[in-house]
Design a protein around this ligand. Structure first.
Ligand code: GLA
Length: 415
């Protein structure tokens, strides 16, 4: 693999978005940071709730980041200010992984990352750090994965004291480590998608990831006259963690039951739609719906990627086919997997009625958060006004709309 994550040592790579965090670090600690670790959020175009079923996903990294400005310390302490929530926390690398009850939620990710890096015998160092970012928190755009990934780069870079090369293989291993942080320190049994795209994202490409083998393909989006628009319902995803873990358990139950007739299967990924249809009646009604959705969604991802590649040869119907698959994905999440909510359904309904919108669906775990739509650039003004007024009329608040640039993955910027 060629694209290695190389830390940058030159000022000309420092985007202006990082100048304010440098100033804030200096205000807090009295001198400038040595480097800034930056990791993007993501939006998933298709392939929802398939990652923990060993299936396929197709996310992109977005131009919204969690940034951590860092200076190494000579002792083993970690002193952190989280600017956006105005909270601070410090801990010692020698007493991990104990977490005091009063530790703020965000600090668990840093403690988790540091603990697992140490357990993996990576060299890490104590740091002074400030954290700030523009990935909206709890909106389904993976702010927590971006935080874990940025923290991983922060600790590793501080420990290596020099420019660091992280190979593609190392990036997938680090993604797995960050996934474990979510499992073991935040209690969410998430899949591998969010951490992987935050590390491996490539500008203007979607990541077609096989979540079983962790092999992937960077697929050029070539959206030309279309843009990716994200709409935030601003609904807090209160049910997300508990319902998420429940869905995962329901899928596992489906596999266990179906394995009586389909020996050798270890996940829903192993079941074809025709095989499922032969045996679906054996499943309890709810399990049947959950499994049907996942099996169908896996086939949709494969098809979506193949039509998008056809679009690269300038077939315009391809994008329409891609949009139809996005719509079908949302319908499955709404009716069979039941992780949508009224606000997400409203946003997708409004979007789909606008000429020039090729597809619209909820994205991420669900129960609030965001939708993602592909919109022709000439329809953007209509999109913004219809979505804003239509949503406001029914819900009483305006959604936030972000037009998204597909960005590269996590990075370290030197002073
Ligand atoms: C969350 C999880 C991911 C994935 C999505 C749903 O974002 O972190 O692993 O399961 O939900 O597709």
């Amino acid at each position: 693999m060629t694209d290695e994550l190389k830390t940058q040592s030159t000022d000309n790579k420092n985007p202006s978005r990082l100048s304010s965090i440098k100033g804030k670090f200096e205000d807090a600690f009295g001198s400038p940071p040595t480097f800034i670790a930056s990791a993007p959020g993501r939006v998933n175009l298709i392939g929802e709730h398939t990652d923990y079923n060993d299936g396929y996903v197709f996310p992109v990294a977005i131009d919204k980041y969690i940034n951590i400005a860092v200076r190494e310390r000579s002792d083993r302490r970690v002193v952190v200010h989280a600017l956006d929530v105005n909270e601070s926390w410090d801990f010692c690398l020698d007493t991990l992984p104990s977490i005091p009850r009063q530790a703020p939620a965000w600090s668990r990710y840093l403690i988790g990352v540091a603990s697992l890096l140490q357990a993996a015998e990576k060299k890490i160092a104590g740091i002074d750090a400030v954290i700030t970012g523009d990935v909206p928190i709890g909106a389904g755009l993976s702010s927590s994965a971006a935080l874990s990934v940025a923290a991983t780069l922060a600790f590793l870079t501080a420990g290596s004291e020099t420019e660091m090369l992280i190979s593609e293989k190392d990036k997938t291993e680090l993604a797995e480590l960050c996934q474990r942080v979510e499992h073991e320190f935040a209690g969410v049994k998430c899949g591998i998608m969010d951490q992987t795209i935050s590390l491996l994202g490539q500008e203007n490409c979607g990541l077609f990831l096989d979540c079983r083998s962790l092999t992937y393909e960077q697929v050029p989006l070539n959206l030309t006259d279309h843009v990716i628009a994200i709409c935030n319902t601003r609904v807090k995803r209160e049910l997300a963690a508990s319902e998420y873990n429940k869905r995962r358990a329901e899928c596992e139950k489906g596999v266990e039951i179906l394995s009586q007739w389909l020996p050798g299967i270890t996940s829903l990924r192993d079941i074809t739609l025709p095989d499922f249809k032969k045996h679906e009646e054996e499943l309890p009604a709810l399990t049947q719906k959950r499994c049907r959705y996942v099996i169908e969604e896996n086939t949709r991802v494969v098809e979506a990627v193949s039509v998008l590649k056809a679009r690269n040869q300038q077939t315009d119907e391809s994008l329409i086919a891609f949009g139809n698959l996005m719509n079908a994905s949302h319908n499955g999440l709404r009716d069979d997997y039941q992780v949508s909510c009224m606000e997400l359904d409203l946003l997708t309904d409004i979007a789909r009625d606008i000429t020039g919108v090729v597809g619209s669906r909820m994205t991420g775990a669900g129960f609030g958060g965001c939708t993602v739509s592909i919109v022709h650039k000439d329809a953007l003004a209509a999109f913004e006004s219809h979505v804003t007024t239509g949503y406001h009329e029914k819900i009483g608040v305006e959604p936030e709309i972000y037009l998204c640039h597909v960005s590269g993955g996590a990075h370290v910027f030197w002073r």
